[in-house]
Design a protein around this ligand. Structure first.
Ligand code: GTP
Ligand code: MG
Length: 315
């Protein structure tokens, strides 16, 4: 796409045109040369360091319901809010995943709210890199905060947490033994912990236990993250969580530059890794004969790898 049309799309998007925003987001998501042009174009508008808020947690914890409530709260403060909902376990992409569409329906008509769902299909460089590119684009288009929702299922979600300035880890009181390990991994990355579905009967005991677990951090000189109990479906407990989030948002001058530098460093690493993966795929595709020889056992993998790395095929 010509620079002029990227520029006109960007100015339409900044003025609240959702279709223009969606086009730009698709370009960012796809990656490649056009995404490079887009980044250059958007950087001319002095990239603002939008507050990137990651919401992660176990499947079905009520993350989308919570995000929808946070969007409402930020809208009441006059913010333009973007949501990137990333599901590493789902093969669907483009448009909205059904659950998110239902959960966030009330914001669909709001020109100051943009919601994008992403999943694994068609992501050349991987989901972390693609979701980061989308978040960059939305930040550059003037959305602040950019909320990134992701299901806690492994490395992808930890990567996505690295892309956020503030991470809320959402747990539910009904965690069985099988997700305790997941919980332990998730607890490490939370700037705040949220126990959602506080309306469930087991909630009080769960919150008490979690408080006790988090307090153990004091033994190693760490301040435990705040813990909020919420019922996202009714809004109970949301005010306290929002107060914490708004206070952090307002104090950004004190913490954001350090987190943003870390985030950019991570984003660079993730982008380089994505490009190398693409390069690997291109090199292999350019040498079908050699690949066939390896498959038939005629050439060793080490020898073939060395040949592929030496190869000067255009990529
Ligand atoms: N009882 C109760 N149910 C809730 C609460 N919050 C959300 N739910 C319900 O839990 C279900 C899952 O909610 P979602 O918001 O889609 O959860 P999610 O974490 O985004 O789910 P995934 O993205 O699929 O991992 C829905 O049926 C919600 O209505 C809550 O506070 N209490
Ligand atoms: Mg969800």
């Amino acid at each position: 796409m010509a620079a002029a049309s990227l520029a006109s799309l960007a100015s339409a998007a900044r003025a609240g045109d959702h279709r223009a925003t969606a086009s730009l987001v698709r370009i960012a998501e796809r990656g490649g040369a056009e995404a490079d042009h887009l980044e250059r174009e958007l950087r001319q508008g002095a990239p603002l360091a939008a507050h990137r808020i990651g919401i992660t947690g176990v499947p079905g914890a009520g993350k989308s319901t919570l995000v929808s409530q946070l969007v409402t709260a930020f809208r009441q403060r006059g913010a333009r809010v973007a949501v990137v909902a990333v599901d590493p376990s789902s093969p669907f992409t483009g448009g909205a995943l059904l659950g998110d569409r239902v959960r966030m329906q009330q914001h669909a008509e709001d020109p100051c709210v943009f919601i994008r769902s992403m999943a694994t299909r068609g992501m050349l460089g991987g989901l972390a890199q693609a979701s980061n590119a989308v978040a960059d684009t939305l930040a550059a288009l003037g959305y602040d905060p950019v909320i990134i929702e992701t299901v806690g299922v492994g490395q992808d979600e930890l990567d996505i947490a690295a892309a956020a300035h503030t991470t809320l880890v959402v747990l539910v009181p009904t965690l069985g033994d099988e997700v305790q390990g997941l919980k332990a991994g998730l607890m490490e990355i939370g700037d705040a912990m949220v126990v959602n579905k506080a309306d469930l009967p087991s909630s009080a005991a769960f919150v008490r236990d979690l408080h006790a677990t988090l307090a153990l951090r004091r033994l190693s000189g760490q301040e435990p993250p705040p813990l909020h109990a919420t019922t996202a479906t009714t809004g109970e407990g949301l005010a306290a969580l929002c107060d914490w989030l708004f206070a952090r948002d307002e104090a950004r001058a004190g913490w954001m530059s350090e987190r943003e530098a870390l985030r950019r460093r991570w984003a660079l690493e993730s982008e380089v890794a994505a490009r190398i993966r693409q390069l690997v795929a291109a090199r292999l595709a350019a040498q079908p004969e050699l690949c066939g020889q390896v498959e038939r056992g005629e050439v060793g993998t080490h020898e073939a790898a060395a040949q592929l790395l030496r190869s000067t095929e255009p990529d």
